[in-house]
Each structure stands twice: as structure tokens, then as C-alpha cells.
Design a protein around this ligand. Structure first.
Ligand code: NDP
Length: 250
């Protein structure tokens, strides 16, 4: 019987895989045996150097904030790696400002990158997965999928939307063999949270509210991603799984 977390022979497409959480998820999926399509607007050299596993790797340059040819990204993955079994919608940006000052340009950039591309890449991948009768889609949500925040209106709207779209696609596609779930990271040490961590008062404030007593690291998310990508989660649909050191449990 194959190991329930074995991804040998599976092909995973990871967006925003050059750094931070996306990079770590790519490393974890490769270690479990998957081949990888690394998709993003920056070079993936650093990620490639970290990958260990039996699978193959292919790099695709795409700016997901524009009307990127998402169908073409899926087609290129199929043509070069011979399949597509797992999609990780990870790419995201954050733009901070008070709601009274928030600009339409920032709103559009955040919604386009964090939500619109996630839906339409899922649509493109989903068509293939439905046709093959199996697939796993993992969306990267946030604590802001559950809570309000301050000074991040577009991000909060987008991440609430990620949770909603995750549940909707899970319901539409569960009977077609496609599992759609999300991971909601807590406060993780990446570029995304650098501004928060540089503000000593804010960093400590956050730290004192995390039951685990520390900020998360990207590596804390690898196991959840492998679980949601693997046969182990075949009967898990529409879950938004917090990996947050207990933040939401408080
Ligand atoms: P990083 O800023 O380190 O990584 C963001 C990734 O998204 C980068 O690879 C970036 O590529 C990519 N990206 C951004 N814009 C685009 C675009 N237009 N087209 C293609 N790729 C793009 O942050 P994280 O690793 O922290 O963020 C990853 C995900 O995790 C995001 O969705 C974020 O919202 C989410 N998250 C993070 C949390 C945290 O505490 N860090 C908490 C909750 C959720 P490039 O380097 O080229 O800009």
C-alpha cells in the first residue's frame, strides 16, 4: 500500500515559489516526491538549489497581477511535466494604509494578485483535474480570512474571498474528485511581514498573543501542504486550516 503522504509521480504547480512560504511549500512537495512547476515573476534559482526529491522541475515566468495567460501556464505545465495534480495558489501581496486613504490602485493590485488570479488559475487547472477525475487545490488564505484587521482593507477582502472561493469550489468539485482546501498561516517570518517585525512594539504585541510563544516560520506550513496535496486528505473538502501557533484558538 502506498504511503498516504507519498507524492511520487504527481505534478504540483506552485505560484510565488521563489521566496517565503511558496518556496518552502515547493521544497516540502518535492521532498514528498512531486515534480514541480514553479510559477512567478522572479527567477527561481534559490528555490531550485533547495529542492531535493525524485521529481522534475520546470520554471514558468508569469505576472499574476495582470491578465496573465493562466490557461497557457497550465498548458505549459502539462506539456513539460506531463500532468497536473496539485495546484498551490500562494502568490500574494499586501498594501497597508488607513481605509480613509486607501487608493483604488492598491485595491485593484491586491484583489487581482491575491484573489482574481487564484480563481482563474483554479478554473484553468480545475478543468484539467475534472477531466482526469482527480486533483488537489491548496489556496493560501490568512488569519484575515476569519478576522478583521486594520490598515489592510484590500488584503482582508481578498483573504475573506479566498476562504469563500475555497468553500465554493470545494462544493462544486468534490464529487468530481477534486479537493479544494486552504491553509491559513498565522504570523510567519517572510518579506510579507517584514514591516510588522521591524516595528518593535507591534512585533512584541503580536508575539504575546501567540499561544505557541513564537512567530511561525515558512517550514511550519510544509506538513499541512503535503497533507492537503496527498491521498491522506482525499475526504477533506473546503477546509480553511489555520497553522497559526494557536492564534485563532485564543
Ligand atoms: P512573500 O512576499 O515572501 O512572497 C510572496 C510571493 O508572491 C513571492 O513569490 C512573490 O513574487 C509572489 N507574487 C507577488 N505578486 C506576484 C505577481 N503579481 N505575480 C506572480 N507572483 C507574485 O510573502 P509570503 O511568503 O509571506 O506570502 C505567501 C502567501 O502567504 C501570500 O498569499 C500571503 O498573503 C500569505 N500569507 C502570509 C502570511 C505571513 O505571515 N507571512 C500570513 C498569512 C498569509 P516576487 O518575489 O516576484 O514578488
Amino acid at each position: 500500500m502506498p504511503h498516504p503522504f507519498d507524492l511520487t509521480g504527481r505534478v504540483a504547480l506552485v505560484t510565488g515559489a521563489n521566496t517565503g512560504i511558496g518556496q518552502t511549500l515547493a521544497v516540502a512537495l518535492a521532498a514528498a516526491g512531486a515534480s514541480l512547476a514553479l510559477v512567478g515573476r522572479s527567477a527561481m534559482d534559490e528555490t531550485r538549489a533547495l529542492l531535493q526529491g525524485p521529481g522534475r522541475v520546470h520554471e514558468i515566468r508569469a505576472d499574476l497581477s495582470t491578465n496573465a495567460p493562466l490557461q497557457a501556464v497550465v498548458a505549459e505545465t502539462l506539456a513539460t511535466l506531463g500532468g497536473l495534480d496539485i495546484l498551490v495558489n500562494n502568490a500574494g501581496i499586501i498594501r497597508r494604509a488607513d481605509s480613509v486613504d486607501y487608493t483604488e490602485a492598491d485595491w485593484d493590485a491586491v484583489l487581482d494578485t491575491n484573489l482574481k488570479s487564484l480563481f482563474f488559475l483554479s478554473q484553468a487547472a480545475g478543468r484539467h483535474m475534472i477531466a482526469q477525475g482527480s486533483g488537489k487545490i491548496i489556496n493560501i488564505a490568512s488569519l484575515l480570512s476569519f478576522q478583521g484587521g486594520i490598515r489592510i482593507p484590500a488584503y482582508t477582502a481578498a483573504k475573506s474571498g479566498v476562504a469563500g472561493v475555497t468553500r465554493l469550489l470545494a462544493c462544486e468539485w468534490a464529487a468530481k474528485g477534486v479537493n479544494v482546501n486552504a491553509i491559513a498561516p498565522g504570523y510567519i517570518e517572510t518579506n510579507n511581514t517584514e514591516a510588522l517585525r521591524q516595528d518593535e512594539q507591534r512585533r512584541t504585541e503580536i508575539l504575546t498573543r501567540i499561544p505557541a510563544g513564537r512567530w511561525g516560520k515558512p517550514a511550519d506550513l510544509g506538513g499541512a501542504a503535503v497533507f492537503l496535496a496527498a491521498p491522506a486528505s482525499d475526504y477533506v473538502n473546503g477546509v480553511v486550516l489555520p497553522v497559526d501557533g494557536g492564534w485563532l484558538a485564543r
